[in-house]
Write a protein of this length. Structure first.
Length: 289
């Protein structure tokens, strides 16, 4: 599942201003995959796919969290992984090679907002995780997916109800509630720049010609972790959040945030042992009719 971090450019379509940005985000996506692997696996296991699909398309694949999880769940399947970031696709290929499944992965670099998509075959399953809300025309994207799917094929849509929280509510000690204030600022930012976040995807799927066969909300609450992955995930996520939230934060809150992000300082978020990953994921399973 692709990473739920704050960003001003699409995750699913992955159109960043520069490949440097995409490369910088790759670590966040990898940490998301590591920390939330169990939840991703549970979502895939829940999908009403019947007999295992042989051809899957991962739409907005990022660095491959969904691709590798799907390959693990469906050992006879091949995955076409689609993204517009060359850096992310390269990282996916490295991970697939390390997992010895490179022969089952085909990567395609494409802008999913383009009028026409490259040939993606006729998949029995399309996986779209944290990607559709970033599309310029998600209704048009859903119609393209319907046309792409094999008859009776399934589309799995996974969207975040909100960005993850990491800190206790009374933290940090010098600015209690800082994370919630950052999220409030970020919510205003994304209301302006990511207008389809929180859309009524069930209705959109029906209007695009799908039959919604299942819908669920997955509560994520991970940690405190025995590894440092949650800390690194929190650090990377808050760094990206700072880029969007900084102009609207008070000087005191910005200073407190910077103390958390200072990995060499005594208040570094990496020094905390009370971090948790808390969020929700909304999932729809929709059949082409």
């Amino acid at each position: 599942m692709n990473h739920p971090t704050p960003r001003t450019a699409p995750h699913g379509a992955h159109r960043h201003d520069t490949e440097h940005d995409a490369g910088d985000q790759a670590e966040i996506l990898d940490l998301d995959a590591e920390v939330l692997a169990e939840h991703t696996a549970s979502i895939i296991a829940w999908l009403p796919v019947g007999t295992g699909p042989r051809h899957i398309v991962d739409l907005g694949c990022g660095t491959g969290a969904g691709t590798l999880a799907l390959l693990g769940r469906f050992p006879e399947a091949e995955v076409t992984a689609v993204d517009s970031s060359a850096a992310h696709l390269h990282r996916l290929q490295e991970k697939a090679a390390a997992a010895k499944v490179a022969d089952r992965v085909r990567v395609v670099r494409a802008d999913l907002d383009a009028t026409a998509w490259p040939g993606l075959g006729t998949p029995e399953l399309v996986w779209a995780s944290a990607s559709l809300h970033h599309m310029t025309d998600p209704d048009g994207t859903l119609r393209k997916v319907r046309d792409l799917l094999a008859p009776g094929g399934l589309l799995a849509v996974v969207e975040l109800a909100d960005f993850p929280r990491f800190l206790p509510e009374d933290a940090p000690e010098d600015a209690p509630g800082l994370e919630e204030r950052c999220h409030a600022v970020l919510g205003h930012h994304h209301a302006e720049h990511v207008s389809h976040r929180g859309a009524d995807w069930g209705t959109k799927l029906t209007e695009a010609g799908f039959t919604v066969e299942g819908e669920r909300t997955v509560t994520v609450d991970v940690g405190p972790s025995h590894t440092d992955a949650v800390g690194r995930y929190a650090l990377g996520s808050l760094r990206r959040m700072r880029g969007s939230a900084a102009p609207a934060l008070s000087a005191e809150d910005l200073a407190a945030l910077d103390r958390l992000l200072d990995t060499g300082g005594p208040h570094s978020i990496l020094r905390r042992n009370d971090l948790r990953v808390r969020t929700e994921r909304a999932v729809w399973a929709a059949r082409r009719t």
